[in-house]
Design a binder for this molecule. Structure first.
Ligand code: AMP
Ligand code: TRP
Length: 338
């Protein structure tokens, strides 16, 4: 059984496991908007089933799901152009994930660095869901036959596993059914680092709020966090290689480049030779200019949670219309009687 060539289709997801950070925005959401505007078919998901692989307070989970949807729309995703929905509303994700649990091998899962990081020292006490997380992620993508997946650098290994699952399924069942998905990890800020430690990823779960810029931070908070961001005593270099071994300086320049839609080389052409005392206020001003309208719009959208729920509902219906026939064909291939 061979399938026709796969038409380009974009899928990505973000966990509603807390507030959005500048890392989520630059590494993921900003790219989601660009892909929407490129005219490709785009599907973006709030992955609530992934979020509960670690404990989530139920009320906070519901709030974070709506706030994530508000963040998507405030950043420029249009629920008419893109399909926006939450994962738990389309049961086909979990159904295909079970099939993939039976395709993926224990050894593959044990190599996943995110599991090792998140499970920490006490892996025996991690949920079974946290271990199986990447198989559900593969199902998220492949239930739509998605061909392109925009993500930050930290998701690269999970996307390789998604390809391995598609290859093994196609091979075992002698079909050409699931596409071999392309990761889209591009731009100046595929890995935004903590403002307090240039060796750690900026993350919504970091205990230090000063380590990250939240999409809901006001202008004062943004300026204060950038003012206090860790740097080194040197002036900025004029060429990118001058950032080697200077992770904090590199991070701030990457953020500046990504926010202003340009390259690191272009930024350094303008700011090379400046001290951080001069560069940091420039970065604050730029960050406030770009982020303040988004956080304002998020707050406005959050005043009408019923409208957000309606958007997620409509998005789920549209998503299910694509996912259901693909699950049915998968069941036929596997030999499930209907
Ligand atoms: P998560 O919040 O873990 O669900 O991540 C959602 C998306 O944001 C994924 O595509 C991540 O790769 C991306 N992302 C999260 N943190 C960062 C970061 N510090 N830098 C760049 N991308 C990030
Ligand atoms: N694992 C991703 C993250 O933590 C979130 C995610 C779940 C995802 N399913 C996905 C990303 C499918 C892209 C495609 O960032």
């Amino acid at each position: 059984m061979t399938e026709a060539a796969f038409t380009p289709r974009v899928f990505s997801g973000i966990q509603p496991s807390g507030g959005l950070t500048l890392g989520n925005y630059l590494g993921a959401i900003k790219r989601f908007v660009e892909m929407q505007e490129s005219g490709m078919e785009t599907i973006y998901c709030m992955v609530d089933l992934h979020a509960i692989t670690v404990w989530q307070d139920p009320e906070k989970l519901a709030h974070a799901t709506r706030e994530l949807c508000a963040g998507f729309i405030a950043s420029g995703l249009d629920p008419e152009k893109s399909i926006l929905f939450n994962q738990s509303q389309v049961a086909e994700h979990a159904q295909l994930a079970w099939i993939f649990n039976c395709v993926a091998r224990m050894g593959w899962m044990q190599r996943m660095t995110q599991f090792k990081d998140k499970a920490g020292k006490n892996a025996q006490n991690a949920s079974l869901g946290l271990f199986a997380y990447p198989a559900l992620m593969a199902a998220d993508i492949l239930i739509y036959h998605a061909t392109h997946v925009p993500v930050g650098e930290d998701q690269k290994q999970h996307l390789e596993l998604t390809r391995d699952i598609a290859i093994k399924f196609n091979h075992d069942y002698k079909v050409d059914f699931f596409p071999i998905t392309e990761p889209v990890i591009e731009g100046a800020a595929t890995r935004v680092m903590s403002l307090r430690d240039g060796s750690k990823k900026m993350s919504k779960s970091d205990p230090s709020d000063a380590s990250r810029i939240n999409m809901t931070d006001d202008a004062d908070a943004i300026a204060k966090k950038i003012r206090k961001a860790k740097t080194d005593p040197e002036a900025l270099p004029s060429e990118a290689k001058g950032l080697d071994d200077r992770p904090e300086a590199r991070n701030l320049v990457n953020i500046y480049a990504a926010l202003s839609d340009t390259t690191v080389e272009n930024v350094l052409r303008d700011v090379g030779g400046k001290q951080f005392s001069e560069f940091k206020p420039m970065l604050s001003e730029l960050a406030v200019e770009k982020l303040a309208p988004i956080s304002g719009e998020m707050a406005r959208l959050m005043q009408d949670p019923a409208e957000i729920d309606a958007i997620l509902h409509r998005g789920s219906d549209r998503a299910r219309a694509i996912a259901a026939p693909i699950l049915q064909r998968t069941y036929d291939i596997v030999g499930m009687v209907r």
